[in-house]
Every structure is written in structure tokens, then in C-alpha cells.
Design a protein around this ligand. Sequence first.
Ligand SMILES: Nc1ncnc2c1ncn2[C@@H]1O[C@H](COP(=O)(O)OP(=O)(O)OP(=O)(O)O)[C@@H](O)[C@H]1O
Ligand SMILES: [Mg+2]
Length: 238
Amino acid sequence: MSGRTILRGSALSKGFGSGTRRIEVVRNLDLEVEAGSFTLIKGPSGCGKSTLLAMLAGLTQPDGGEVWIGDTDVWALPRGQRDRLRLNRMGFIFQGAVLFPALAAREQVALILTEMGRPRGEALATADEALAAVGLADRAHLLPAALSGGEKQRVAIAMGLAKRPSLIFADEPTSALDTENAGAVARLLTSYAAAVGAAVLCVTHDDRLQPFADRVLFMRAGRIEAEQIIKEPKRCHS
Ligand SMILES: Nc1ncnc2c1ncn2[C@@H]1O[C@H](COP(=O)(O)OP(=O)(O)OP(=O)(O)O)[C@@H](O)[C@H]1O
Ligand SMILES: [Mg+2]
């Protein structure tokens, strides 16, 4: 029995450059992601992991293939609707996320929510909840310069999760963190995903994340060459 597919990439391909300088970065790649699942993508530097994530997230247009989120064909949408879909449904957590130097942590998180059209008061209250959830309730008023690397990364996670996205894209979210913080990040992502039924797609070289994953996809030269199921995602059996 299979769970609900929330994201599907089919026959995705992408290359850069032209003529003899052309490189094919993602090659005819298929991928399905179930709601509530935590998928790791591993593979050597340059094998196309970030490019794949960018195509799935509606950021980089594939040369071929399709991306479906639910019953929406992402790359068939006009640009404005694709941007809306991203804003409303997707959260992003990247390594060394850039925070605005002049904004306190709670302002950074609230900014995304006001961008989505939430009133400022509500946005700040939600931002405070999200920061409390990542253990930063007492740091919410501080500027990035006053936060440690691990704390900054947790602000970035609060930014990614505050809008309660159904899809979370993470690219090396823990590689700059010590083991304690990396574990905290992994627990936050998995507990959020399980609670909301969101899917997490996480590119990483960090073996510390493996125990938290439902499966690992191994990518090489633009293709998924192996899949390791670690545990079955939580599913509703009828
Ligand atoms: N916009 C671009 N223009 C030209 N080449 C690009 C572009 N984006 C990516 N590439 C190339 O595509 C290849 C794959 O890049 P990608 O960022 O997807 O790799 P990656 O698997 O995420 O690697 P890493 O683990 O180092 O982050 C690299 O050779 C890169 O130089
Ligand atoms: Mg990358």
C-alpha cells in the first residue's frame, strides 16, 4: 500500500551551457515523494542535487520533464502563480541562510508571513511561536550578529516552518552545526513533518541525519542510482 504522493518529478532533465561546453546535470530523472515522508538525497559534489531541488521547487525550469505538486503541473503555471504556490506551500532551509543583519529574529520570521498577506500582529505572534518551537524563545529579540551559528540556523528553520508548508526543501541544513545542533535540527524537521503531514526533501552529506530519514536516494551524474528504504513512512491504513 502506498501513501499519498505530494510531489512527483517525471523524466526531469537539465543541462547548462552550449556546444562542446554543454553539461547535462540532471538526466531523465523520476522521483516521487509521499506526504509526511523524510527523504535524504546524497551524492558527490556536482552530481546535480541542488539543481534537482531547484527544479522541483519551481525555481529552475527543466529542459525536459514535469513537476507535479498534488494535481498541479508546476511548470505549466504562469510565473506569478508558480511564485504564489512556492510562497504558500513550500519552505526552504539552506545552509548558511542569509539573514537580514538589521532585523531581529522575530522580524525575519514575521517578514515571510506578512509577505503572504498575514496581518503584522498575527505574523509576529506566529513568528514567536515558531522561534519557541526551535528553542529560541529567549533569543527572538536579537539581531543575527548576536546569535551563534547554530542559533542562526534555527532561525532559518523557524522561517522555513512558520508558514506551515506542505513541502520542505532543505539543502545541507546541518553541515555547519555540531552534533547536538544537527540532531536538534533533524528532530525539528521530522517532528514538524509528522505533525503536519508535510514532506521533507533534504540534500545532505551529513550521515548524522540518516537515522531520521524514511529513505535515502543516492544520486550520481544526474541520475538516482540507488534507493535505500530506512523505515516505512507513517501511513493511514484503511
Ligand atoms: N546556473 C548554472 N549555470 C551553469 N552551470 C551550473 C548552474 N547551476 C549548476 N551548474 C553546474 O551543474 C552541476 C551540478 O550542480 P549542483 O549545484 O546541482 O550540484 P550539487 O550536487 O548540488 O553539488 P554540491 O554537493 O557541491 O552542492 C555543477 O557542475 C555546476 O557547476
Ligand atoms: Mg548543492
